[in-house]
Design a protein around this ligand. Sequence first.
Ligand code: AMP
Length: 249
Amino acid sequence: MKVLVSVKRVVDYNVKVRLKADGSGVETANVKMSMNPFDEIALEEAVRLKEAGIATEILAVSCGVLACQETLRTALAIGADRAILVESNEELQPLAVAKLLQSICQKELPQLVILGKQAIDDDANQTGQMLAALLGWPQATFASKLKIADGKAQVTREVDGGLETISIKLPAIVTTDLRLNEPRYVTLPNIMKAKKKPLDNFKPEALGVDVAPRLQTLKVVEPAKRKAGVKLPDAKALVDKLRNEAKVI
Ligand code: AMP
C-alpha cells in the first residue's frame, strides 16, 4: 500500500512570530523554518505503518519555495522513500495545495493520504477536507488512533466532549491530531541516507493547476497586550472587583 504524506514548511513552533512592518503578514526572512508539527505526526504514522508491514512505500510531498527541499530531506531522513516538491513562489492557499495534491494523487494512486489537521502558520484546517472533496474520497479528520485492515481504515477522532471511532473505505484521507503518536528524532545515519533518496521537482503548470490566490489578506495584527495582574488582600476584595469593576457577577 502506498501512503502519501504532505509536509509543509512553516515557521518553527519555538519561534516567537513577528509581523512585517506593513502589517501584510508574518516575517519569515531570517527565521528558523521547520516541518509543520502535525505533518511530523503524519509522517511518523506512515513510517509505523511501513514498519508494521502495512505500507510498502511512503511518498512525501511539499508545495512551496525551493527551500521546502530541506523539509523534504528531513521527511526522507525520518523514513519517506521518495519526495516530490511542487515548486512555486506564489502564496499557496489551502485550495491551491489541495488541487496540487489531487493532481499528484491521480498520478500516484496512493491508498492513504495523511495530512496534518492544520498548518501552524495559517491555522486554516482546510486542506485535508478540500482534498477529500476534490477526489471524492472518504475522510477522517483529527485522528488520534489509526488501524488499517481489510481495505478499510478504522479511525478514532477527537471530537468535542470525547472520541468517535469511524470506519472508512480506502483510498481515504486522514488528518492527524496531536495525540496520534510521538514523532521520532532524526538520526545522523538516516540524514546521510536521505541524501541519496529520490526527490522530484514539478511546477504547478506541469500539473495543470492554477494556484492563483483566491483570498486576499487585508491586514494582520498582533493580539492585544495583556495587562499586568494585581494581588488582592482577600476574597472579599476579589468579589468586590468582580462585581463592581469587571461586572461579571
Ligand atoms: P491547513 O489547511 O493550511 O491548515 O493545512 C493542513 C495540512 O495540509 C498541513 O498540516 C499539511 O499536511 C497540508 N498542507 C498545507 N499546505 C501545504 C503545503 N504548502 N505543502 C504541503 N502540505 C501542505
